[in-house]
Each structure stands twice: as structure tokens, then as C-alpha cells.
Design a protein around this ligand. Structure first.
Ligand code: SF4
Length: 251
């Protein structure tokens, strides 16, 4: 899911941030992430380039769990462009009705299937310009597909990548495209193919938007935002503890 205007403003660059960040610090961050997640993968279910394109296109403003639930039954009946095109918009819609923006997505999935059949001989084109010409496939979707299939090391900047990059002071730009460009400059080449997954998974399970788990974070000593976040959390915890410890009024 790309950052919305609101989420895009939320993370601030870490205090004292300068760009580009220190190379040794960046290297160590990715060494540690690779140590705990040596083979990161997308959490979307797919069995072919076509089902990957469809799953990623459906995932905008939806969770991977929700998309997998929908595609499990959809792909059981339509896992090729020909079958999807034959199903048509009316046929696809009920399978994905639990996903946000499903009406538009159903139209796009059928239209992209037809374009793959008509213009690419039924095979998903694995280059950026042809991919981005498919209905409903933007830069982020193309980046996820090309990176996942090992065609091109790309960092698709979704809300998790955007937030974690800012907190770790790997980027300070204010749009996903600019953050992507900054990450391509600062992430060492050897880590680029997996950087997208590491940043997403770290943001999804550790450095979450509302309650980042800084005490349990394996890169907390390398994170310039940790002190500020912990300082924000401590007072509210103290207040909660004091409130619990206080005698009831009138006692
Ligand atoms: S220390 Fe906290 S803010 Fe920094 S990356 Fe880890 S979880 Fe995120």
C-alpha cells in the first residue's frame, strides 16, 4: 500500500539527520537484517508471474492476508490471462469483493489479462515499461514484480518502507518516488535485491507505525530515532502506572 498524504507526512527525519547517511552504519543495518531474515519473500501467494502481477495489483490499500484469502479461490478458477479474461469483470468481482477498491481492481485485472493476451502472447512482459503499461500496474507494482522475480533490484516504497527509512535516517524525502531514489543511492549494491523485503518486514513486525518495538529491535543501537520514540513512550507509560497506583478518588 503506498503512503497516503497523511502517512507520508507522519514520519520525520531523525534528529541530526544528514544525507547521505554514514556508509558503515547502513552496511551494518543490512548485515543485521540479513542475519535474522536471510531469505525474505513476499507474503503474497503466487505461483507464476501472472498470479504475482494480479496479487500485487490487488494489494493496493489491502493487507496481504486479505489478498491471499481472495486469490486462493480466484486463482483456483483463473490462474492464467486466458482464464481471467474469460471470467470477465462480472465473474472476477465476487472473488475480490472483500478487498478495497474491488470494482476498479476487477476491471483492471481483466483488462491487463486481455492486454497480456493481445500484445504479449499470453506471457507477462518482464520489463518495466511494458509492465507499467498494463492497466492498474504503476511503478510500485512493477517494482515489486521485477524485484520478486529477480529481474531488477527495485525498492518499492510502501507505507512500511517509507516509515522505516525515515526512522532509520536512510532517507528524508517527502514522496515515495524520492525516497526510492534516495534508497537506491544509500543501500549497498549487495543488499539491494532484498532491501525492499527487509524494510517491509521490519516495519510490519518490529518498527510498526503506532508501537515500534525499540527494546526488541536488533538495529536499535544504529537507529537515530530510538531515543525520541522511547522518550515519547516512557512518559505515557509512567502516567498509566501512576494512574493505576493512585487510590480511587474519595478513598
Ligand atoms: S529502534 Fe525503534 S524506531 Fe528504530 S528501527 Fe528499531 S523499532 Fe524502529
Amino acid at each position: 500500500m503506498p503512503p497516503t498524504a497523511r502517512t507520508a507526512r507522519t514520519p520525520r527525519a531523525a534528529p541530526g539527520f544528514r544525507f547521505p547517511p554514514d556508509r558503515d552504519r547502513v552496511e551494518t543495518i543490512f548485515q543485521r537484517l540479513s542475519g535474522v531474515m536471510p531469505e525474505p519473500k513476499t507474503e503474497l501467494d503466487f505461483t507464476s508471474p501472472f498470479t504475482l502481477v494480479v496479487a500485487v495489483a490487488l494489494s493496493a490499500q489491502a493487507t496481504d492476508v486479505g489478498v491471499n484469502k481472495a486469490t486462493r479461490t480466484l486463482f483456483a478458477v483463473a490462474d492464467t490471462p486466458a482464464k481471467m479474461a474469460a471470467l470477465g469483470v462480472e465473474g472476477v468481482t465476487p472473488y475480490i469483493a472483500s478487498i478495497g477498491l474491488y470494482r476498479n481492481k476487477a476491471k483492471n485485472v481483466v483488462a491487463l489479462s486481455r492486454m497480456i493476451l493481445d500484445q504479449h502472447g499470453g506471457e507477462v512482459p518482464l520489463n518495466r515499461s511494458d509492465l507499467q503499461a498494463l492497466p492498474g500496474v504503476g511503478r510500485k507494482t512493477a517494482s515489486v514484480v521485477l524485484n520478486e522475480l529477480g529481474v531488477e533490484p527495485a525498492i518499492a516504497v510502501d507505507t512500511h518502507v517509507y516509515r522505516v527509512s525515515h526512522r532509520l535516517a536512510l532517507a528524508n524525502a517527502n514522496t515515495p518516488d524520492k525516497v526510492e531514489a534516495q534508497l537506491h543511492k544509500v543501500v549497498p549494491a549487495q543488499w539491494l535485491p532484498k532491501a525492499h523485503h527487509w524494510l517491509i518486514l521490519h516495519g510490519r513486525y518490529v518498527c510498526t507505525a503506532r508501537k515500534p518495538n525499540c527494546p526488541g529491535c536488533i538495529i536499535s543501537d544504529l537507529c537515530p530515532s530510538r531515543a525520541g520514540i522511547m522518550a515519547d513512550v516512557q512518559p505515557s507509560r509512567s502516567r498509566t502506572a501512576r494512574a493505576k497506583a493512585a487510590p480511587p478518588s474519595g478513598a
